[in-house]
Write a protein that binds this ligand. Structure first.
Ligand code: ACM
Length: 395
């Protein structure tokens, strides 16, 4: 069924929100939900959009791809929303897209992902592979070596990210020593088996695309079998401050993540956003790359609605490409050609306080290359050093 009532020009602007409060990836999705609430409250406090309030309609899909699709339909048909923010795992985004496209709605997706996708009905504000996997490969292959074990959760994002990482390793004469996938509900013993096998294989580093609750189990198992993160780190683009808070810094210290945002970024914009966030949700609420993208995409959306004076997706699609915003990571921009976002990639290493020391940063924001047309790893990743560099300091 197609909605007929597209002339919604007064009253609150309803936005559907699909982040899970329970299930495997709830810790990361909670940061996205809170960032969305924070941004909406900021927009409303400043007078709303053209005097209209943002009203969030939040539903809990419990990390089940089918439920995301059903609830997206419910948001559009019953709650009359035309814009949805949400989804974490790529399996959930892929479940939702046919519904979003069928109703010509818009989805804002704020999670780093595997690429190889474009929909004119999706705005991708998380990192694409050239903004996460390529920098990570450049850094790890330069500083640690090219014998690599891969471990991931059993769904599409890890398969595809490992495919890209495998190509980069093999093209450079390296070796994929092992590749393992574990179900989202895998247990401690399963992770322990993987860690024991990795110890025996003695790789130069481990590329992890494990998501959710399994992240903490993997890092704990790694510590349990006596692997040293400073010699053989786990490198990831999904392990963030949210998961580090769950596993503890004693377990996470020394491991490496590639992301376009870390809570430790020392900019005025970041410090101010964090202060507002922690005043609202508590001093120990972790912020991470998903939090930041969920936050800035709401501000970009509000700006777009202001420009076209409506939440009609067809009109929004015309103004969103090219829009910019001073996000906590720096100035971001929605690409005119691919609906992804220019971001500022970083490499971070977990320190003893559970934060990321930034040990490498792109000299300028990077255009997304979602289909990985270029396999060139960025030059700055080879120059990055294995100790802390204060954010903003050019070496
Ligand atoms: C992911 O599935 N995009 C983390």
């Amino acid at each position: 069924m197609i909605r007929q009532d597209t002339d919604c020009t007064s009253g609150p602007i309803k936005i559907g929100v699909l982040y899970s409060s329970s299930g495997a990836t709830a810790a990361a999705e909670r940061t996205q939900l809170q960032a969305t609430l924070l941004a909406a409250e900021e927009i409303n406090r400043a007078g709303g959009v053209l005097g209209r309030e943002i009203e969030l309609v939040c539903l809990d899909p419990q990390c089940e791809p089918r439920r995301y699709a059903d609830l997206a339909e419910q948001l559009i048909l019953e709650h009359r929303v035309r814009i949805v923010v949400g989804c974490y795992m790529s399996s959930t985004r892929k479940a939702v897209i046919p519904t979003i496209e069928r109703h010509n709605a818009l989805l804002f997706y704020a999670t780093p992902y595997e690429g190889f996708e474009y929909s004119r009905n999706v705005i991708y504000t998380g990192a694409a592979p050239n903004q996460n996997t390529l920098p990570l490969a450049g850094f790890m292959l330069t500083h640690y070596g090219s014998r690599v074990c891969m471990v991931g959760s059993d769904y599409v994002c890890p398969y595809e990210s490992n495919r890209v990482m495998s190509d980069l390793i093999l093209e450079r004469g390296g070796e994929k020593v092992d590749e393992t996938y574990l179900p989202l509900d895998a247990r401690w013993e399963n992770y322990l088996d993987v860690a024991k096998r990795i110890r025996q294989l003695s790789p130069d580093f481990i590329f992890s695309t494990v998501v959710g609750e399994g992240i903490s189990l993997l890092y704990r198992a790694f510590q349990y079998v006596g692997l040293d993160p400073y010699r053989t780190p786990i490198a990831s683009h999904t392990t963030s401050e949210a998961e580090v808070a769950l596993m503890g810094s004693d377990v996470a210290e020394g491991h490496i993540t590639s992301a376009a945002y870390f809570q430790s970024i020392e900019t005025e914009a970041n410090r101010a956003a964090l202060a507002r966030y922690q005043a609202r949700f508590g001093d120990d609420s972790p912020a991470n790359m998903c939090w930041e993208a969920a936050y800035f995409q709401m501000h970009l959306l509000a700006d777009a609605i202001r420009r076209v004076r409506t939440d009609d997706p067809t009109l929004l699609q015309r103004v969103l490409p090219g829009l910019e915003f001073d996000a906590p990571q720096g100035r971001v921009r929605i690409d005119e050609h691919n609906n992804h976002t220019y971001l500022h990639p970083l490499i971070g290493r977990v320190n003893g306080a559970g934060q990321f020391d930034i040990i490498g940063r792109a000299p300028e924001r990077v255009k997304a290359d979602p289909y990985v047309v270029s396999h060139t790893t960025p030059r700055w990743t080879a120059q990055a050093v294995a100790h802390s560099v204060p954010y903003g300091v050019q070496r």
